[in-house]
Every structure is written in C-alpha cells, then in structure tokens.
Design a protein around this ligand. Structure first.
Ligand SMILES: [Zn+2]
Length: 139
C-alpha cells in the first residue's frame, strides 16, 4: 500500500471494479465500502483539476455520465452524488454515492457521509458493483 488510496486501487480485485478504461477507473474501495458508494478516479496519479490534461477533463464528463446512468438503472436511485474534496488524497478522484429513494432527510446532501460509520458492508458493495457493471450503457 502506498500513501495514495486512489493509486492503490489500481490493484483492486476485478470484483471491485465497476468501470475501467485506459484513463479512468470506478471501484469499490475498502474503507468506503458502503453499498452503492464508489471511487471514480484518474488512473494515473495527478493532483487536482490543474493536474488533468484537456482531454482527460473532457473525458471525465463522459465517463461520469455513463456511470451515473448505470447506477440509476441498476439501483433505481433518484440521484447520484459526486463529491470531491482532495484533502486526504489530492489524487484526482470523486466519491460517487448512490442516493437511495428512501434516505432519511438528515442524511441527504453531505449528511450522507455519516453513513460510512455505520453502513460499511464489503459483500453488499461488491454485489451492487456487479449490478452497476452490468447496467453500464454501451459507448
Ligand atoms: Zn495517486
């Protein structure tokens, strides 16, 4: 393990990978393994928006849209949150969080992060990853 979680995800098990191409990967990450939570990351180590090439920046929109569509198709979630702080890991990445239909109001928006303390479930996360992977729309 390095000190960069997004870099370490390069060696994630296939079962944890929802989407991967030459540039982007979306994976279940241990420590953030709440079912329906994923990390979408640039595969190479680059920090912040400034670290992206113009081509990578444009591709981010395309891949984000595909992944959000697959999550919504697989889970029926009304929306998908994309959060990026860049504090713990400056490596360019987003926490992609499925927002369930029946989520209590106090957990909506950034409040959803509180569920990390109580809702981690690796097996459930991998199961959701599998259904999202199958729902990915064709390019
Ligand atoms: Zn990194």
């Amino acid at each position: 393990m390095s000190e960069c979680l997004p870099c370490d995800l390069e060696s994630a098990d296939d079962a944890a990978v929802v989407y991967r191409d030459e540039t982007w990967s979306c994976d279940v990450a241990e420590g953030y393994d709440v079912p329906g939570w994923f990390i979408l990351r640039l595969r190479r180590h680059a920090e912040g928006w400034d670290g992206l090439t113009a081509q990578e920046a444009a591709g981010f929109g395309v891949v984000s849209k595909r992944i959000a569509a697959a999550i919504q198709a697989a889970t029926g979630a009304p929306t998908v949150y994309f959060m990026s702080f860049g504090e713990n890991y400056p490596h360019f990445h987003f926490l992609v969080i499925t927002r369930p239909e029946d989520l209590a109001p106090e957990f909506k928006g950034a409040g959803i992060l509180a569920l990390r303390a109580t809702n981690r479930d690796l097996a459930g996360s991998l199961e959701t990853a599998s259904t999202v992977r199958q729902a990915l729309p064709a390019t």
